[in-house]
Design a protein around this ligand. Structure first.
Ligand code: HEM
Length: 412
């Protein structure tokens, strides 16, 4: 059995990869490298989130995701910290945190919004909005790519998906940040403020819901949810939970891919040169940036029975954290250069950043479409984005991304 050598009673467990500073300081790669090599399924006894199993390589993550009855998303929550802590006033059941059969029906309701034909329908609109945002950017001046491009593009997209009032669209970003930040969730001092934001969001969406309730169906997600069998019977908590899921799911993730894209191209100028010389690499670059960035570092499950995973004995009730961020750097799948961003990586599409199995990201195609269009429109303008300062990173082990990224534009 693989065990890790460490001091008798360390104040900080170096293999507790849930520590926020690892992500704030961008020092997560080394502890994961050791975990993959020495203990790919490793029990962390003490963490701020309680005990958990750390699964850090590709194969056992696929195994966990392939056995959704044995590894539940519902019992202990789908992240290392429950979104609505036990005993809390706010109950937010989301289908990402439900097991079969409820999950199946609720997922089926929103899936039609993300079919290939819907993507074709949305393409021209996304392209137009992307072009408008890029054309408004200044040359010869430092600005924040996160704010001006990543947030703006993802927020506009969500506003379209929900038919959300345009002028208020930045509220989606604000609510999403409060709802999905794991450091806020575990911080008791911020609990009241977080609840207030969630209630504000609830009241706002209730208004939108009421307005659409007796109206003709429209091709947006709220109307789809109202007019579907599986979702029309939901109570107010479930409705809200699923809306939050779609907002947080579509917001931080795509936003951080768009920021990671610019950062990676700057860090790997040889790869940028390849891409600038060949727009045929855009589709693969899209997969590669999602692999390299891995905007959600993990998802979690809870074992429903005693079992074994990669030689380790997992007991019923144990929390199992699947570190996509590490599996996407697994040398046995992505080779010795797994840490590098490579626009022509042959198997970039094998990444696990969208998860696997019944919960695999329902918005994956939309996310890829948005990122590809961004790359195409940058190429059409021969726009190069130069990073001119260190990014400010999110200090959390769930959303893996950037708070700010100072850049300046040039042309190639
Ligand atoms: C589920 C990642 C974009 C909506 C997930 C999961 C991951 C993920 C890791 C859980 C998979 C699992 O447990 O196996 C990402 C990444 C994105 C992205 C990396 C962008 C690069 C989006 C977008 C939307 C979205 C644009 C919608 C607007 C959802 C929903 C689920 C989900 C609704 C729950 C699916 C289920 O439980 O069946 N996503 N996501 N995501 N995502 Fe995404």
């Amino acid at each position: 059995m693989a065990t890790l050598a460490r001091d008798a009673a360390p104040a900080v467990d170096p293999f507790d990869v849930s520590r926020p500073e690892l992500y704030r300081d961008d020092t997560w790669a080394e502890p994961f490298r050791r975990l993959r090599a020495e203990a790919p399924v490793h029990k962390v006894e003490h963490s701020e989130f309680g005990p958990y199993w750390s699964v850090s390589t590709y194969k056992p993550i696929v195994e966990v995701e392939s056995l959704p009855d044995l590894y539940s998303s519902e019992i202990g929550g789908f992240t290392i910290a429950p979104f609505a802590p036990e005993g809390s006033e706010v109950r937010m059941p989301m289908f990402i945190g439900r097991d079969r059969p409820v999950h199946t029906g609720q997922r089926r309701t929103v899936a039609p919004a993300f079919t290939p034909s819907e993507m074709v329908r949305m393409t021209a609109d996304i392209r137009r909005r992307t072009a408008e945002i890029l054309d408004a950017l200044p040359y010869g001046e430092t600005f924040d790519w996160v704010d001006r491009v990543s947030i703006e593009l993802t927020t506009q997209m969500l506003a379209i998906l929900f038919d959300f009032p345009w002028a208020d669209r930045r509220k989606l970003t604000e609510w999403s940040d409060w709802a999905g930040d794991i450091e806020i969730i575990k911080n008791d001092a911020l609990r009241e403020q977080r609840l207030a934001k969630i209630y504000e969001m609830g009241a706002y969406f209730q208004g939108l819901w009421n307005a659409k309730l007796n109206a003709e169906p429209t091709p947006d997600l709220i109307s789809m949810m109202i007019h579907s069998d599986a979702m029309s019977h939901m109570d107010a908590h479930e409705f809200m939970g699923n809306l939050i899921l779609l907002i947080v799911g579509g917001n931080d993730t795509t936003r951080n891919t768009m920021s990671g894209l610019v950062y990676a191209l700057d860090q790997f100028p040889g790869q940028r040169a390849k891409l600038e010389a060949d727009t045929g690499l855009i589709a693969n670059t899209t997969s590669e940036i999602i692999r390299w960035q891995t905007p959600l570092a993990h998802m979690a499950r809870t074992a429903t029975g005693d079992t074994e995973l990669a030689g380790q004995r997992i007991a019923a009730g144990d929390k199992v954290v699947m570190w996509y961020i590490s599996a996407n750097r697994d040398e046995s799948v992505f080779g010795d250069n797994a840490d590098d961003f490579q626009v022509d990586r042959a198997n970039a599409r094998r990444h696990l950043a969208f998860g696997h199995g019944i919960h695999r990201c329902v918005g994956a195609r939309l996310a890829e479409l948005q990122v590809s269009i961004l790359l195409e429109e940058m190429a059409a303008r021969r726009m190069r984005v130069n990073v001119v300062g260190e990014p400010a990173r999110v200090a959390a082990c769930f959303v893996h991304g950037y708070r700010a990224l100072p850049v300046e534009l040039s042309r190639y």
